[in-house]
Design a protein around this ligand. Structure first.
Ligand code: SAH
Ligand code: SF4
Ligand code: F3S
Length: 483
């Protein structure tokens, strides 16, 4: 396991490169370690790195793995893009995620001119698109390394290749069957961590680019997941978030199939682990057995993020979501009935091609009836290569904006109403951070994912304390520690 490897003991003089993973990467990490050490002795200062992460929890977790590799090979974390090694881990789920990356790249070029030893790497979902890579190769030639979502584990090998080549290194795989275990990783928070349980997505919702850039669904072996969580717990983690694009289909394609509910039960048994979250379940297959496990669990948090996308059964069909408005509402109701104090949150898209006023009214109707504590609302963004991109009836911008604002209002009214229901109660809070506005206060999270701000000492960070929820402020509380 990675913690037990002494990279300085790896023989890099023989020239024999291991063919299997992760041994091959350990070898390249050892090579890079020497390179970074030499370079830093020459410059008489440590070499720094900076990773900017765009997009979802998957990318956030990938960035922790990239950071783990960089630290292993001797880079130290820098504060911004003036670092010696800069990585943009990109997202392409909506056009604006894309635009932001191009915007920041221009700035990187000017920084690189000031620091000739600087290296720039681009990775993540955007890099899985051929047009993007072509554009960077022709118009952003100062970029050093491009890699995709399927080979982040190869970072050391790619860095080594770049140092031994005159030109840009491009290494993007179309898809992979491989799940490489036992690579280094760091954690942004010492007390909580994301844990991938699966990669990729097979659902092909008609608006979504994720299946094209993250490849086919692959589950990790339960024993590898459990072993990773046990190690995290031994290292001080009390909360894990199990990550997958559709966690309910976890394990179906493993040699020894196992269901998500069964995995949850196994994770629950890990001693010392206090909280379990997961993201994202798909309404089409959130099964009764998962609800049952949640109901009886002492550790699984009372929060279900259940993406709705649209309340119109007609649109849901065209979106390829495989559920109807009625089925969604039934499921929401069941979750609320079975799991005490649960909080339900969602994702909604406004302006999907062909969305009529009536379809939109259906979405508002579900928001009013389902009782969401909060909702992420998105304006539909056309993604080239997805079926929806060529559908008729793209909705005019002004109509979408107007609907979007109406939706926001209904979502906010709901948040205020639902969040208030715990006012006055004492509930368990995991202390996460010093409050951003007032450093005598802490910010923590309830099991149902709602934030609470309260007076407290920073020594409590990472601990679970009882907090009285004095006042609801919409989607957060002001509270005080209860004895
Ligand atoms: N796997 C998760 C979501 C991944 S993407 C799921 O199925 O729910 C996160 C959210 O981005 C989606 O829930 C959706 O609401 C939004 N999204 C995806 N593609 C989009 C697009 N083309 N335009 C606007 N929003 C989109
Ligand atoms: Fe995209 Fe649908 Fe897969 Fe979620 S389930 S990642 S929305 S295709
Ligand atoms: Fe974006 Fe990729 Fe996540 S496209 S939302 S970073 S899976």
């Amino acid at each position: 396991m990675i913690n037990e490897i002494n990279f300085d003991n790896i023989d890099i003089t023989s020239g024999i490169i291991p063919e299997t993973e992760p041994e091959r990467q350990y070898y390249y990490m050892a090579l890079c370690r020497k390179m970074v050490k030499d370079e830093s002795e020459r410059l008489k200062r440590p070499l720094t790195f900076f990773i900017a992460t765009f997009g979802c929890q998957m990318n956030a977790r990938d960035s922790e793995k990239l950071q783990g590799i960089l630290e292993e090979i001797g880079y130290v974390e820098g504060k911004d893009e003036s670092a010696d090694f800069v990585i943009y881990n990109t997202c392409t789920v909506r056009e604006n995620a894309n635009t932001r990356v191009y915007g920041r790249l221009g700035h990187l070029n000017s920084l690189k001119k000031k620091n000739p030893s600087m290296k720039i790497a681009l990775c993540g979902c955007m890099m899985q698109e051929k047009e993007v890579v072509d554009k960077i190769k022709s118009s952003y030639r100062f970029v050093d390394i491009i890699f995709g979502t399927h080979n982040i584990y190869k970072l050391a090998e790619l860095i080594f290749a770049r140092y031994n080549s005159e030109s840009m290194i491009v290494n993007v795989l179309k898809d992979t069957e491989l799940v490489v275990e036992d690579l280094p990783s760091i954690r942004k928070y010492p007390f909580k961590s994301g844990v991938n349980i699966m990669f990729g997505c097979n659902n092909f919702c008609s608006y979504c680019i994720v299946p094209y850039v993250r490849g086919r669904e692959r589950s990790r072996e339960p024993k590898d997941i459990i072993r990773e969580i046990e190690k995290l717990v031994a290292d001080g983690v009390v909360e894990v978030m199990l990550l997958g694009q559709n966690v309910n289909s976890y394990g179906k394609n493993l040699e020894n199939p196992i269901s998500f509910a069964e995995l949850l039960k196994e994770v629950e048994k890990i001693e010392g682990l206090k909280r379990i979250r997961f993201m994202t379940p798909h309404p089409k297959d959130l099964s009764d057995d998962v609800i049952e496990v949640m109901k009886h669990s002492k550790k699984i948090c009372a929060h279900v993020h259940l993406p709705l996308q649209s309340g119109s059964s007609r649109l849901l069909k065209i979106m390829n979501r495989h559920y109807t408005k009625e089925r969604y509402l039934e499921l929401a109701e069941k979750i609320k009935r079975e799991i005490p104090d649960v909080s339900l949150t969602t994702d909604i898209i406004v302006g999907f091609p062909g969305e009529t006023e009536e379809d939109f009214e259906d979405t508002l109707d579900v928001v009013r009836k389902a009782g969401f504590d909060s909702a992420y609302t998105f304006i539909y963004s056309k993604r080239t290569g997805t079926p929806a991109a060529t559908m008729d009836g793209q909705v005019p911008e002004d109509v979408v904006k107007e609907r979007f604002n109406r939706l926001l209002k209904v979502v906010q009214e709901g948040s205020e109403k639902y969040c208030k229901r715990h006012e006055g109660r004492v509930m368990e809070v995991l202390c996460e951070d010093v409050n951003e506005q007032d450093d005598t206060m802490l910010t923590g999270r309830l099991s149902n994912n709602i934030l609470v701000h309260f007076k407290g000492d920073r020594s409590l960070i990472g601990k679970i304390v009882n907090v009285k929820l004095n006042e609801s402020k919409g989607f957060y509380y002001i509270g005080e520690i209860a004895e």
